[in-house]
Design a protein around this ligand. Sequence first.
Ligand code: ADP
Ligand code: ADP
Length: 225
Amino acid sequence: DPVLQLSGITKAYNASKPNVVEVLQGIDLTLAAGEVVALVAPSGAGKSTLLHIAGLLDTPDTGRVEIAGEDMTGQPDRRRTRMRRADVGFIYQFHHLLPEFTALENIILPQLANGVTRVAAEGRARELLEKVGISPRADHRPAALSGGEQQRVAFCRALANAPKLLLADEPTGNLDPATSDQVFAALLELVRATGLSALIATHNLELAAKMDRQIRLEAGRLVPL
Ligand code: ADP
Ligand code: ADP
């Protein structure tokens, strides 16, 4: 089964009003296991809406969302939440780490919420920090980390529960260009090492070119870049 399959997804805002915004007008997308796809979209094209629907944070007006072969359409909220916690990782432009907790703790907490033991969660957190090259920063709080280090911790947190699918929205968009390239390379390496599927939104065509496939969201539809 594909890790993610979107079929005939439509979504409009203000559907009942004269200022209706038809953001998605028939989205079909299949992500095979291990596939890393770049999503390129001008601002306002509906990129966030698409990522939120794919990650079960929002529901489409019509169409089907399948994750790991399971049709999530019309499933109860608690089932969708459980699937999202276990199988989907999110990364945003800003790290959204908890400021009162260390890097290590920020990666442990979502695992505890997912039922993992403290010992196993810490082991996994240390392993992930090692993979992105910031083990020496394990006991620092986010404020003591550079922007690039903060994003690396956010990557580890997103992968903490070993999701099948990673959804990233401009994951290095708030970093300066040189840092962005390095941190993006670390993300791709982590994704490749883990073998998960990823849909990564970016404006940066050079970064997009490093992925397996590039698609553009245009006038509510996906077209090859
Ligand atoms: P309707 O039920 O009329 O179709 P929606 O449920 O689609 O309306 O809209 C949700 C709410 O989000 C609206 O009341 C609207 O005021 C608000 N909203 C409008 N524009 C935006 C925007 N660009 N971003 C976020 N929220 C918005
Ligand atoms: P992107 O992430 O590509 O910038 P979004 O998915 O956030 O785009 O939004 C796509 C379009 O839908 C924009 O025109 C935005 O203003 C509109 N929109 C987003 N959320 C709402 C909402 N809740 N209500 C009404 N319009 C919205």
